[in-house]
Design a protein around this ligand. Structure first.
Ligand SMILES: [Fe+2]
Length: 287
């Protein structure tokens, strides 16, 4: 005999409604989602007005999303969900470069560039050389590895946040040479606030949280037969290294910007001498 939908029967009724789902994984996900969502509602006991506020919040997030802005990823990021999903999916062996969030700004494809290229296409700040190798866990260099990099500028802005930025500014796709090496010129990025003029920013303000991330360069590295890694290089001494609003910092990913005096390299790469360098090797586990 069926019973009325009530506080007592609500959760089982909805779980049962998914019982005939053909896709076993979808059934598992919807059953768990129902139980956790109902548990949350039972815990919070929202008023009708609070339910309307929640619907409006999610609606506003959807309305802000387009091909240059991803407010849902921001929400996932500030709730620590992006980092949790990342951790679950990247249980890597010790020694492999640690992963961190993709973030909301990998929204355009990076252009292919040659080793040594300058990815800062419209900036006056002093250049910095970023260089390293992509390696296997045993230290073997990985030639032909792909390295996708993107970063904010020295004011903390990505190209997609600026109306006047040249296309693909501060983005590049590099292939490592025969010795697994990569190098490119850029500017040192600044720390930045995540876009906080939308509902996610309002949430941060309402809860007394700041919107800042420490300075970093994003990387995705991949090589044949290896587990790709989505990660960052964090700039040592940047503000917010201990308090990233998206929880993305891992100490193993922090690198200093050093000064190097080498007239030969400076002349070859068109850098002033001495010049600034960030050294970073990326170590990939076997797939
Ligand atoms: Fe970023």
């Amino acid at each position: 005999m069926s019973s009325d939908f009530s506080e007592q029967t609500a959760t089982e009724a909805v779980v049962q409604s998914f019982a005939a789902t053909q896709d076993a994984r979808l059934r598992e996900v919807m059953e768990s989602f129902t139980r956790h969502l109902h548990g949350f509602v039972r815990d919070v006991e929202p008023s009708q007005r609070e339910w309307e506020t929640a619907i409006a919040f999610l609606t506003d997030i959807g309305h802000l999303c387009d091909d240059r802005r991803q407010e849902f990823i921001l929400l996932s990021d500030v709730m620590g969900v992006s980092m949790l999903v990342d951790a679950i999916n990247n249980r890597l062996p010790v020694g492999a470069t640690e992963s961190t969030v993709l973030g909301p700004f990998h929204v355009v494809e990076s252009p292919r560039r040659a080793l040594g290229d300058d990815i800062a296409t419209a900036h006056d700040s002093p250049r910095c050389l970023v260089r390293g190798r992509v390696l296997g866990l045993d230290g073997t260099p990985l030639p032909g590895a792909l390295l996708d990099v993107w970063q904010a500028d020295d004011r903390g802005l990505y190209d997609v946040q600026k109306a006047d930025a040249p296309e693909h500014d501060l983005r590049g796709l590099f292939t490592t040479d025969a010795e697994g090496r990569f190098w490119f010129r850029t500017i040192v990025p600044a720390h930045y606030p995540i876009p906080d003029d939308g509902p996610v920013g309002a949430l941060l303000r309402a809860t007394g949280r700041h919107p800042y991330r420490p300075a970093h360069i994003h990387l995705i590295a991949g090589a044949e037969g290896h587990h790709p890694v989505t990660t960052h290089v964090f700039v040592e001494d940047s503000p917010y290294l201990d308090d990233d609003t998206v929880f993305g910092v891992k100490q193993s990913l922090v690198r200093p910007v050093t000064d190097e005096d080498d007239p030969g390299i400076a002349a070859e790469l068109g850098l002033p001498n001495p010049f600034r360098v960030i050294d970073v090797d990326v170590t990939l586990a076997k797939a």
